[in-house]
Design a binder for this molecule. Structure first.
Ligand SMILES: Nc1ncnc2c1ncn2[C@@H]1O[C@H](COP(=O)(O)OP(=O)(O)OP(=O)(O)O)[C@@H](O)[C@H]1O
Ligand SMILES: [Mg+2]
Length: 343
């Protein structure tokens, strides 16, 4: 089955073609980061308008690259939520219009299910069951995954998502947007041990997270340094390192707890923060101690992309699921409400 996937939930327009027999045939992405950078964050109306501009040219590009004609496509998958409603509507309307014109089914995919399944596009994909850590700009969740659509939420952030904490902290210490890659870059030059940040909610049982206090801790540290005239590049690097270490260690402790609680030893990490090298290294050494394995997608499939939507949509279309002709998107959508899927 050959599926066209469209991703427009936030500030990336992603398009891909996935074939259940041949794998990923082509994928293209346009990132709106430069458009939003001047505002220090995503401006929803600008995001929607840019998706309108980019989507059809990207679809043409992907079809050309793969040498695929529209008549060969068996279904269209698009991100139906969660995300920015205006941005989601661009992908949903385009998918439904093309599905109608090409007489194929369309299917709305859950964006976080897309992230969660992205490591399945890699050479040695994980086997069910596993624990998944979803760490993106809008979500921090630990999920037990027994199959596609068989998700049990084990814990989540009570306030800021991990990626959001990276972005906000970066802004507070005067770094660019998006903050995750900026903090990771500066942390490489940080002085270990100069600052030590707390590991929130690790001293009590449970699998929930809280990252908003870390951002305040970073701001207070930065303001104290500024007051004493110590606000140069090295101080920014030292704060970036202390912040990153706190997030990484907190995530590692909770992942270990989730693995112990479920009795599993496979961990999947997905979403933009899963591209963080310090996080990958820390989880890998924890899993090596447990004689388990950690799985993640190649860096460009950690952040938003069309390939993960095409893949997730293909699995569900193969199982006979599809939408009606109505155009419906959801800003919020609990992942554990999804139907299970036996292909
Ligand atoms: N190397 C990195 N280290 C830490 N954070 C990173 C890194 N690369 C990207 N990020 C963060 O990942 C986030 C973007 O990821 P993603 O595109 O998955 O999120 P989103 O789509 O905005 O949110 P959601 O998927 O929850 O709707 C940003 O917060 C960004 O700062
Ligand atoms: Mg995302």
């Amino acid at each position: 089955m050959l599926v066209l996937g469209l991703e427009t939930s936030c500030d990336e327009t992603g398009v891909a073609l996935y074939d259940s027999e041949r794998g990923l045939l082509a994928d293209a992405l346009f990132s709106q980061i430069d458009l939003h950078r001047v505002y220090g964050g995503v401006v929803p109306e600008l995001a929607s308008r840019d998706h309108v501009k980019r989507l059809l040219p990207l679809i043409r590009q992907v079809l050309d690259e793969a040498g695929v004609r529209p008549a060969q496509i068996d279904g269209i998958a698009y991100t139906a939520g969660p995300g920015l409603v205006g941005a989601l509507l661009v992908g949903a309307s385009c998918a439904q219009a093309l599905a109608f014109a090409w007489s194929v089914p369309a299917l709305g995919v859950h964006h976080m299910e897309g992230h969660l399944l992205a490591p399945m596009l890699e050479e040695a994909p994980p086997q069910f069951p596993f624990v998944a850590l979803l760490v993106s700009g809008g979500h921090t969740q630990l999920v037990r995954v027994d199959g596609i659509g068989r998700y049990q939420l084990l814990g989540e952030s009570l306030d800021d998502a991990a990626g959001e904490a990276f972005d906000k902290t970066a802004k507070l210490i005067g770094l660019g947007y998006p903050g995750g890659p900026e903090i990771a870059r500066l942390a490489e030059r940080g002085t270990p041990g100069r600052f030590v940040f707390p590991r929130p909610m690790t001293d009590r049982p449970g699998l929930d997270f809280s990252f908003s206090g870390l951002k305040t801790f970073a701001l207070n540290t930065w303001q104290q340094c500024q007051a004493s005239g110590d606000d140069g590049e090295q101080t920014r690097c030292d704060i970036a390192l202390a912040f990153q270490q706190a997030v990484v260690e907190t995530l590692t402790i909770k992942c270990q707890r989730a693995l112990r609680q479920t009795g599993l030893n496979s961990l999947v990490i997905a979403g933009g923060v899963s591209a963080n090298r310090a996080l990958r290294a820390s989880l890998e050494s924890m899993l090596a101690r447990l004689k388990g394995r950690v799985f993640y997608a190649r860096p460009r499939f950690c952040t938003d992309n069309g390939a993960m939507i095409a893949y997730a949509g293909c699995q569900r279309l193969l199982a006979g699921q599809h939408d009606g002709p109505e155009i419906g998107v959801r800003a919020r959508w609990p992942m554990d409400s999804l139907p299970s899927c036996q292909a």
